[in-house]
Write a protein that binds this ligand. Sequence first.
Ligand SMILES: CC(C)(COP(=O)(O)OP(=O)(O)OC[C@H]1O[C@@H](n2cnc3c(N)ncnc32)[C@H](O)[C@@H]1OP(=O)(O)O)[C@@H](O)C(=O)NCCC(=O)NCCS
Length: 153
Amino acid sequence: MYLVDIGFCGIESLDEIHAIESLCNPTPWDKGWIERDLSLENGLVCYLGARRKKRLVGFGACKRQKKRLYIMNLAVHPDYRRKGIASQLLLALCEIGLTWELKSVALDVRESNGSAQTLYRGFGFRVIGRTRGYYSDGEDSYVMAACLPLVVD
Ligand SMILES: CC(C)(COP(=O)(O)OP(=O)(O)OC[C@H]1O[C@@H](n2cnc3c(N)ncnc32)[C@H](O)[C@@H]1OP(=O)(O)O)[C@@H](O)C(=O)NCCC(=O)NCCS
């Protein structure tokens, strides 16, 4: 396990976040979308970064979706996986949900993304639905959700 420093990201982290997103996601978010999110100062969208020796090694993003927390993204640099970094980010994102007094958390995950599904199941997430063609390449998503605070299985 690598302990990482987790903190809020602002626009100064744009290039690092985009670099990790491009390495991790088969249909990466456009840099302009990330820039727009990081520039929002309405408190509705939050990006957290995980740093090891000051280097960004992972990030997560969340927003309020009505009465629940929605995890928009979670990604860890391929060289730093299986060291508990996504788990630390997930817990920190859910702490934000708790400070927003939200009672549940949801996310979409690729149907083919068994590793991420395993990660989420370990924190009590269960599949509650499926969205056909959710991703830009046409793949379906599973909608997974859990109650807050998370309970580790
Ligand atoms: C999914 C992802 C975020 C996991 O990051 P990570 O830092 O490696 O995850 P963790 O080390 O916290 O893993 C926690 C647990 O999740 C499960 N897990 C994570 N990666 C796994 C894999 N490749 N295969 C099987 N189980 C896996 C394991 O149970 C793991 O615990 P263990 O290592 O003690 O067995 C990372 O692989 C990634 O960035 N993938 C590409 C982007 C992505 O798919 N994001 C999810 C979008 S919904």
